[in-house]
Structure formats: structure tokens, C-alpha cells
Design a protein around this ligand. Sequence first.
Ligand SMILES: [Zn+2]
Length: 197
Amino acid sequence: MSKYIPDILKNQISASDKGRCCYCLTTEANSGIPMTHDHIQPRSKGGETTFENLCLACRSCNEFKADSTEAIDPLTGETTLLFNPRTQRWSDHFNWSSDATRVEDLTGSILFWRIALRLEVWGYTNKTRLRGFQRVRAGGLRLCSRDFQSPGVSSKSGCSHLTTIGRATIVCLRMNNQVIVVARRRWTISGWHPPIN
Ligand SMILES: [Zn+2]
């Protein structure tokens, strides 16, 4: 499988993705670091070098994604596919927190995200941590019931919710790591973030 990406294809991808990471929406202009090209279906798993299988990704998202195509939803403990920028809409799975520093759902659950952040810090791939998280959840730290709803289903309060794909992708790609959260705070103050569309 060829690793070479023709310039004409790079230009097509760059124009389509507006110079920003298709996962965390970090822009090249803000980070000052050229975007990489992510094979959504990794080459190691037969992914082709085509527009449909390539997208711009920041180095952080690309490196944490590596050759993953699925990850564990930290809420349910079930394995789910990662977000596919070419076949799915970002806004169907993610949203910005009110201060635009974190990727989350429309309403957010402070408790859940605090735990998720801890998982990121610890290194969520450690399944012991995941089991610990599930024990904590089972032990009575009741998360808002809206977090357990199916994709696209709204609660009585009319909330929209992260899908399982969104949750798994956020944690797998460390989309709210401490470094990027600090950077987003600065970009927001400067009016450079979040992206308008
Ligand atoms: Zn990214």
C-alpha cells in the first residue's frame, strides 16, 4: 500500500478540511504546526490512500489514534468505532464546552468530564483504570441520566448528547489533554477559537 500522497490529493484534502484537524478542529494557523494526513482506516489494516480515507489531523490526534479504528466508550465500557470525518458530521458527535476549551456534549456533565479527564491523565488504555472508573460509577456516583441515552435521543429537558462514538474518540485521541485545553483558552481570548463552521 503506497504511503505517497499526490499533491493534487493533498490540495483536495486541504481545501476540504480548511486547514484544520478533522477530530479536534485545531487549526494549522493557531498551532503553527503543519497538519498531518490521517488514514482513517489505517494502511496497516488495508486503508487506501484516497480522499475518502484521508483527512487532516493534528499531530496529537494522529499519534494517539495511531492505527486504531475503535476504542472503548468510557461510559459504557463497550468497544465502539472511532469518529469518521468523511462519513460523519462533527456536530453530530461533539460540541464545545461553554468556554470552548473542551470538546463535550451540549450540556456536559461536570462530574463525568472530571472523571474522563482523570482517565486521560492516567492513561485510559490501562484497563484497570477503566474497571476502576466503572466501579466508581457503580458505587453510587450517579452521573446525569442524560449521559446514558442513545445517540440522538433527547431527555425531557431537551438536551442533546454525545454519542458513544464521540465519547470513545475524545478519550482515545486525548482531545482534551491539558496542553490543548490551555492553548484553546488562549485562542479563545484572542478570538481565534472555536472555529465558526
Ligand atoms: Zn486534533
